[in-house]
Ligand binder design. Structure first.
Ligand code: SF4
Length: 397
């Protein structure tokens, strides 16, 4: 069984997307080709760290220190701490020039486009920072936690003190498009909430994706426990897979940006010596599949014709020359829970139909301890589906 490192968000996401790619990156430690947009994101993050780090109010941020967090205006530098200090535009742009890296850009033109974009982002960000005057308590902080048995870690871009005394987690994004839904559904922010809650005494009151290109903070509420449980389950599945060394390739659209296609069995080419033999097998497979489809269609049509005749004659057993075709009936209920789920939630019964299987719903509908009106509404969303099918029995000798 493999020893498992703490899961970061990106490691977890990589495993969920393709376990084999996770192995290439985290076990074999194969390097990926540099890409301009990653370099760009790294540079911007490092300048923002330099910019905000002198504004961090260092006192009382940790659980157990019994020290109230002070605001920037209240803060007087303690011995050994520099006073909060705002960078000038010139200083910031100098830091940007120093941090700049040409790695991964496909052309000089692309690099200069990104460089100009970065300058615009940083100037706009500094301006917004001066207006908003947030109260950062940490920047680029590495946090670790054991979340109900699962080791997790991550670098949080910024943690701010909220006016109410809680904490807001801020994650910078240099990507092109981002929406409020992205912030609301972000697993990364959910994981950061858990990390901050495990390391700070104050409650997390907000989770924000900061869209740097538009200088827009996309704010979302802290996650409910039920959402976090779902993420914890998925992390657990990834952890179990890593422990069991389950590294199967999982191809998809993400393969287009995978650097390991030449090592991946999904993309490995057939050795020339085996080419002719395997081509014959593929051709045979293809014709058999076509034949299978033709037979399936013919089988369905024959069954339908038999069914129509049996309906007209009101019979269920039809003797052939060698066997007897017997018509069987299968009944299933289906429910549409969307309209009643809010009602169930209001009545505190949503967990009774957690996964919404017909059996769970039918149990609820039959339960006399549940309000009769609610049961009636749930029952009305149900529809009975009847399916007929044929089986063959040996004909009597
Ligand atoms: S090419 Fe696709 S399937 Fe293969 S390792 Fe990469 S992501 Fe996974």
């Amino acid at each position: 069984m493999a020893s498992v490192p703490a899961l970061s968000y990106s490691s977890f996401r990589t495993y969920e997307e393709c376990p084999l790619r996770w192995r290439f990156l985290y076990v074999d430690r194969l390097p990926e080709a540099p890409r301009g947009y990653f370099t760009f994101g790294r540079v911007i993050h490092s300048v923002l760290e330099e910019l905000v780090a002198p504004l961090v109010v260092p006192a009382g941020k940790r659980a157990g220190e019994n020290d109230r967090q002070r605001t920037l205006d209240e803060w007087h530098p303690a011995p050994g701490h520099a006073a909060p200090r705002w960078m000038t535009e010139e200083e910031m742009l100098r830091a940007y020039d120093t941090a700049w890296s040409s790695e991964g850009y496909t052309s000089a033109e692309e690099e200069s486009r990104y460089r100009a974009l970065g300058r615009e982002i940083l100037l706009g960000y500094l301006d917004a920072l001066r207006r908003e005057r947030p109260l950062p308590v940490a920047v680029e902080e590495h946090l670790e936690a054991r979340w109900d048995g699962i080791p997790v870690h991550g670098y949080v871009d910024r943690i701010d003190r909220t006016p109410a005394g809680g904490l807001e987690v801020v994650d910078y994004k240099t990507s092109r498009d981002l929406s409020n839904e992205d912030a609301r559904d972000s697993d990364q922010l959910s994981l950061y909430q858990v990390l901050v809650e495990n390391n700070y005494a104050e409650p997390v009151e907000g989770l924000t994706l900061y869209h740097l290109r538009s200088l827009t903070p996309l704010r979302s509420a802290p996650r409910e426990r039920s959402t976090l449980v779902g993420l914890h389950d998925r992390l657990g599945v990834a952890l179990d897979g890593i422990r069991a060394e389950a590294f199967e390739p999982t191809p998809g659209r993400h393969c287009a940006r995978c650097d390991f296609r030449d090592r991946c069995p999904e993309f490995r080419s057939v050795p020339p010596a085996e080419g002719a033999r395997l081509r014959t097998l593929v051709d045979r497979f293809e014709s058999l599949r076509a034949e299978e489809n033709r037979l399936e269609t013919e089988l369905r049509r024959t069954a339908e014709e038999l069914h129509r005749a049996a309906e007209e004659l009101g019979i269920h057993r039809v003797p052939g020359s060698r066997s007897v075709a017997v018509r069987r009936r299968e009944e299933a209920w289906q429910f549409s829970l969307d309209p009643v789920r809010p009602l169930l939630e209001r009545s505190g019964l949503a967990s009774r139909v957690g996964s919404g299987t017909p059996e769970e719903v039918r149990r609820l509908v039959r339960d006399p301890t549940v309000d009769a009106e609610l049961r009636r509404k749930v029952a009305e969303t149900g529809a009975r589906r009847v399916k007929w099918y044929w089986e063959l029995e040996d004909a009597a000798p």
